[in-house]
Design a protein around this ligand. Structure first.
Ligand code: FES
Length: 368
C-alpha cells in the first residue's frame, strides 16, 4: 500500500514537473545524459575527436555530431552549448571545415580563438578534452558562396578567416571558376590561422590567390590600404566577403565605397563585439514584464533585456550575445528599448527585438 502511495506521489510530482516546463526535454536531459551524454535531446550532442593548436591563441576542435544533426552550408555558424561550473553557456562560432567532411566522414571543425577574459573560449581552450561531449544547435547564417559564378574577393582579419576556410575548401572541391582572391590581415606571420590549409589550397586550386598582410611587423602598423584593393583585377565585378574585427571591416567598407562599390552589396559577418554606442545613462532602465513567465522585475542602468531575464532566473534562447546571430529575438508587446549598438530608440508598440542588445527605457513588456 505504502509503495502504491509513493508511486502515485512520484507520478504526480513528475507530471507537475513536466507541466511546469515549456520543454519536457529540459527535465529529462539531466537524467539521460548522466547515463550517456550523447542521448541529450535539447541540442545535438557532439563528441570531441581531436584538438589541434593553430597558433598561440587559436585551436581547431574536430567534432563528431550525432547523426541527427542537419548539416550546414560553407560560411555558416552554429551555437555551442557547454556547461561551465554548473551553468549552461551558449556562444556562436563559425564552422571552419567544408560540408563535404561532414557528408563523407560525419565530422566538422570549429576554429576558435581564445578571447581575453572570455569565459567560454578560455574554458574550451583549457578544459575541453578529446572524448568530451558538447552541445550544438543547427547551423544558420547567410554568409554563403554566390550561386552565380562571379569572381570573389575575401577580406579577412585574424580569426575572421574561419568561415572563409570552409568556403575556400568547398570552392576548390566544386571547381568554382574564380578568380578567387583572399586578402588576409594578421598581426604577425605567427598569427596566421589555417596556414597549412591555405598553402595546400594554393597548390591544388589554381583559381585561388592569397595575399597575407602582416599589420604589426614593421616599425609602424600597416592596416588595409587602397593599393591592396587596387591590386585586385576587376574589383567592381567581384562578389565581396568581409569577416574580421570591426576596425578592418569599417576601413574595408570605406575604401570599397570610394571605389564605387555599394555597401549594400557587401557580404559581412564578424564575431567580435561591435563598439557600443554612447548612451545617456539617466534615462535608461525600467520595469520589465516577461508575460509568458508571469514575472515583472525592475532594472537599472545599461543592463540589456537578456541580462535582466537571466538575473531574474529565466533562460531565454541566445547565442552570440552581441547582436549578430538573432537567436535571442523576441516580441516586445509594449514599451521602448534603446539599441545598445546604434543608440537608436525603438517605437512604443509591438515589434521583434534582440534581447542581448536592447536596453529598456521605461516600462517594457515582452512575450517571454
Ligand atoms: S544572442 Fe545573438 S543576437 Fe542576441
Amino acid at each position: 500500500m505504502l509503495a502504491k502511495i509513493t508511486q502515485s506521489k512520484t507520478l504526480h510530482w513528475l507530471g507537475r514537473q513536466l507541466l511546469n516546463r515549456e520543454d519536457p526535454r529540459a527535465f529529462f536531459d539531466p537524467l539521460t545524459t548522466a547515463i550517456n551524454p550523447m542521448w541529450v535531446q535539447q541540442y545535438t550532442p557532439a563528441r570531441v575527436e581531436r584538438i589541434t593548436a593553430e597558433t598561440q591563441d587559436t585551436k581547431t576542435f574536430e567534432l563528431r555530431p550525432a547523426n541527427r544533426w542537419g548539416g550546414f552550408k560553407a560560411g555558416q555558424h552554429l551555437n555551442v552549448n557547454v556547461e561551465i561550473n554548473g551553468t549552461r553557456r551558449t556562444r556562436t562560432f563559425s564552422l571552419s571545415s567544408s560540408p563535404a567532411l561532414w557528408e563523407s566522414q560525419g565530422l566538422i571543425t570549429l576554429t576558435i580563438k581564445r578571447l581575453p577574459g572570455g569565459l567560454v573560449t578560455n574554458w574550451l581552450h583549457d578544459d575541453l578534452k578529446a572524448g568530451d561531449v558538447i552541445g550544438l544547435t543547427e547551423a544558420f547564417g547567410d554568409f554563403l558562396i554566390p550561386e552565380e559564378k562571379k569572381p570573389v574577393l575575401f577580406i579577412a582579419g585574424g580569426s575572421g578567416i574561419t568561415p572563409i576556410l570552409s568556403q575556400l575548401d568547398t570552392m576548390a572541391l566544386e571547381h568554382y571558376p574564380g578568380p578567387v582572391t583572399l586578402l588576409y590581415y594578421v598581426r604577425t606571420q605567427s598569427d596566421v590561422i589555417g596556414e597549412e590549409k591555405l598553402s595546400a589550397l594554393r597548390s591544388r586550386y589554381p583559381a585561388f590567390s592569397l595575399n597575407i598582410i602582416t599589420t604589426h611587423e614593421g616599425s609602424a602598423p600597416r592596416y588595409l590600404k587602397g593599393e591592396d584593393l587596387d591590386s585586385i583585377p576587376g574589383l567592381t565585378g567581384c562578389e565581396i566577403f568581409l569577416c574580421g574585427p570591426k576596425g578592418l571591416m569599417d576601413l574595408a567598407t570605406e575604401q570599397l565605397c570610394q571605389r564605387g562599390i555599394n555597401e549594400d552589396e557587401l557580404h559581412s559577418t564578424f564575431f567580435a563585439p561591435p563598439a557600443p554606442a554612447k548612451l545617456a545613462t539617466n534615462d535608461i532602465g525600467g520595469e520589465v514584464t516577461f508575460s509568458t513567465s508571469n514575472l515583472t522585475v525592475d532594472s537599472k542602468g545599461d543592463a540589456n533585456l537578456l541580462e535582466i531575464a537571466e538575473a531574474a532566473g529565466l533562460s531565454p534562447q541566445h547565442g552570440c550575445r552581441m547582436g549578430i546571430c538573432h537567436q535571442c529575438s523576441c516580441t516586445k508587446t509594449s514599451g521602448t528599448v534603446v539599441n545598445r549598438l546604434t543608440g537608436q530608440v525603438s517605437g512604443p508598440g509591438s515589434e521583434s527585438v534582440q534581447l542581448c542588445i536592447s536596453i529598456p527605457q521605461g516600462p517594457v513588456a515582452l512575450e517571454a
